[in-house]
Design a protein around this ligand. Structure first.
Ligand SMILES: *[C@@H]1O[C@H](CO)[C@@H](O)[C@H](O)[C@H]1NC(C)=O
Ligand SMILES: *[C@@H]1O[C@H](CO)[C@@H](O)[C@H](O)[C@H]1NC(C)=O
Ligand SMILES: *[C@@H]1O[C@H](CO)[C@@H](O)[C@H](O)[C@H]1NC(C)=O
Ligand SMILES: *[C@@H]1O[C@H](CO)[C@@H](O)[C@H](O)[C@H]1NC(C)=O
Ligand SMILES: *[C@@H]1O[C@H](CO)[C@@H](O)[C@H](O)[C@H]1NC(C)=O
Ligand SMILES: *[C@@H]1O[C@H](CO)[C@@H](O)[C@H](O)[C@H]1NC(C)=O
Ligand SMILES: *[C@@H]1O[C@H](CO)[C@@H](O)[C@H](O)[C@H]1NC(C)=O
Ligand SMILES: *[C@@H]1O[C@H](CO)[C@@H](O)[C@H](O)[C@H]1NC(C)=O
Ligand SMILES: *[C@@H]1O[C@H](CO)[C@@H](O)[C@H](O)[C@H]1NC(C)=O
Length: 454
């Protein structure tokens, strides 16, 4: 009796699968594991064909409740692969996807129409490691699984001028809607980490993004010509901007004309000694509007929010709202640059002046700061309607004399220490932050699950 009960228990525990629950935009009817398609998790065998076969197979189920592909514990070397619609890629916490260091594993894709050329070089672009285009309802998630771009190979080639094409990103999702990227650790991207472009209804949460602080262009998250994006509860330490909001480059971006708008950033932490916590631009030629950022922490970072633009960009940055930033060890708290003179080619229009207006920053505490603000507008094209209130900046031991260096800007300040420049006179005002919520903030995730023997 006792013995058979023990036997039964033993049998149950070996056959009962582990169930992992996770939040997602949509749950899937079908589920498969990478090993079903020949995947080998030894860190040496290429899994590019296994990923392609799995996703090609599961894409047939898009209209029948969709499918999820589980990347189980192991080290899964792979080149680029493409996602499909109504699909979830779930990366287990003990799984590492490793980016291949063989360039033939990364197909070339055309340059982005709003950029006119690759960002690194005039030629094409290596496809991102995980790429998706023209999709609906696509999810990349896990319970803190890892994607390791093994970027050192690419950083070395880039620094040595040995690449004729633009380095790949880790994740790029293009012309898509209903996108979720969550609960992952992304390390050592060859270049940008997460690049949603020409897309809408995007939720990015619980990402840990790590790259050496001296690695080139390892931006954290780059929403680019996207509408309705929510970025929250994430941490980035990298060699470039932790978040870079973009919308195309000079004449190509003006022509493509697709802004980034309705972007919410909440509970976000950044470490980036040579770059910004949140950059707006420099590629902003399609326009950037209605950005709401709050509860932001930055440590040992060059600046908090930085607006980067130049003559030739055209476009606009307007209706920007930021509140509650806690900053320590910063070169600049506030930085605006009107002379970010990188151009795609000499064909830019010198009469295309950017419009920068309606910039609102409030409730900011900063310590160990070198310069409070460097605010450079453009001659004959001032940045206007700037409002900065309730800001307490404590300076480094040896602070610079000119704390607020302002040119070609217009606006007001209130309760700001040290006192601002004369171009931002004091006025009894509490700067605006919108009272309403954006629809993307109220999207609720469902509880979905995977099960298996891991
Ligand atoms: C792929 O999908 C088909 C159904 O279209 C199925 O019969 C087949 O078993 C699948 N292949 C694998 C390796 O799971
Ligand atoms: C992914 O799709 C794009 C666009 O259709 C294509 O150019 C690229 O070669 C595909 N990548 C892979 C790895 O199949
Ligand atoms: C993807 O969508 C864009 C924009 O609608 C369109 O121009 C392009 O042809 C589509 N590509 C594919 C492969 O369907
Ligand atoms: C995602 O991350 C959050 C924050 O760490 C955590 O509370 C949640 O349980 C994670 N989800 C999964 C599926 O691991
Ligand atoms: C996820 O993994 C990273 C890297 O190991 C770690 O730093 C981070 O704390 C983990 N996050 C969670 C929620 O466990
Ligand atoms: C880059 O292009 C130049 C000029 O066409 C060529 O000489 C060189 O071999 C190319 N380098 C690579 C890595 O393809
Ligand atoms: C401000 O942000 C910090 C950390 O980001 C958070 O702990 C605090 O609750 C926030 N304060 C308000 C009033 O939201
Ligand atoms: C203050 O900032 C300086 C750089 O300006 C840095 O070297 C120093 O470690 C920081 N001090 C503290 C206490 O963080
Ligand atoms: C103030 O900013 C201007 C650029 O607009 C720069 O040329 C100048 O050196 C700065 N002055 C100081 C004292 O930092």
């Amino acid at each position: 009796m006792l013995i058979s009960a023990i036997l039964l228990l033993g049998l149950l525990s070996s056959s009962v699968a582990t169930v992992i629950e996770f939040p997602a935009l949509n749950c899937r009817k079908h589920s498969a594991v990478l090993t079903d398609f020949g995947g080998v998790g030894d860190g040496k065998t290429s899994n590019t064909e296994a990923f392609k076969a799995a996703i090609a197979n599961l894409s047939q189920l898009a209209a029948d409740g969709g499918a999820q592909l589980v990347v189980p514990p192991g080290k899964w070397l792979t080149g680029s692969f493409n996602l499909t619609s109504h699909f979830t890629l779930f990366i287990h916490k003990d799984a590492i996807i490793l980016g291949a260091q063989d360039e033939t594993e990364w197909p070339l894709v055309p340059v982005l129409p709003s950029y006119g050329r690759g960002r690194d070089a005039p030629g094409g672009r290596f496809s991102s490691l995980i790429f998706g285009t023209n999709l609906t309802d696509v999810i990349i998630t896990g319970n803190n699984g890892t994607i390791d771009g093994q970027g050192a190979y690419w950083w070395k080639k880039f620094k040595g001028g040995e690449l004729n094409e633009t380095r790949p990103y880790l994740i790029e999702i293009m012309y898509s809607n209903q996108v979720q990227i969550s609960n992952l650790t992304l390390i050592n991207s060859p270049s940008w980490n997460v690049h949603p472009i020409y897309s809408s209804d995007i939720i990015i949460q619980y990402l840990t993004i790590i790259a050496p602080v001296d690695s080139p262009n390892t931006d954290g998250i780059d929403p680019d010509s996207c509408t309705n994006t929510r970025i929250e509860d994430s941490f980035v330490v990298s060699g470039d901007d932790c978040i870079a909001v973009k919308s195309g480059w000079d004449q190509y971006g003006i022509q493509f004309n697709m802004p980034t708008k309705h972007l919410v950033i909440k509970r976000f932490t950044c470490i980036s000694p040579d770059s910004a916590t949140i950059a707006l631009g420099s590629e902003m030629s399609g326009g950037i509007e209605d950005v709401r950022a709050e509860n932001i922490i930055a440590i040992n970072t060059q600046s908090s929010v930085r607006i980067k633009t130049a003559v030739g960009r055209g476009g606009y940055v307007k209706d920007i709202y930021v509140r509650n930033m806690t900053l320590s060890t910063m070169k600049y708290v506030f930085w605006m640059t009107g002379s970010y003179t990188q151009h795609p080619d000499p064909g830019f229009d010198p009469k295309a002046l950017p419009i920068i207006k309606g910039i609102n920053y409030k409730d900011i505490v900063a310590t160990n700061v070198t310069y409070s603000a460097r605010l450079d507008g453009i001659k004959n094209d001032p940045f206007t309607d700037i409002c900065i209130s309730n800001v307490d900046i404590k300076l480094t031991e040896k602070p610079k004399k000119l704390q607020w260096n302002c040119t070609d800007i217009q606006g007001v300040t209130n309760r700001v220490t040290p006192a601002a420049c004369s171009l931002l006179p004091e006025k009894e005002i509490d700067c605006t932050f919108p009272e309403d919520r954006l629809p993307i903030e109220d999207v609720e995730l469902k509880t979905c699950s995977i099960s298996g023997n891991f």
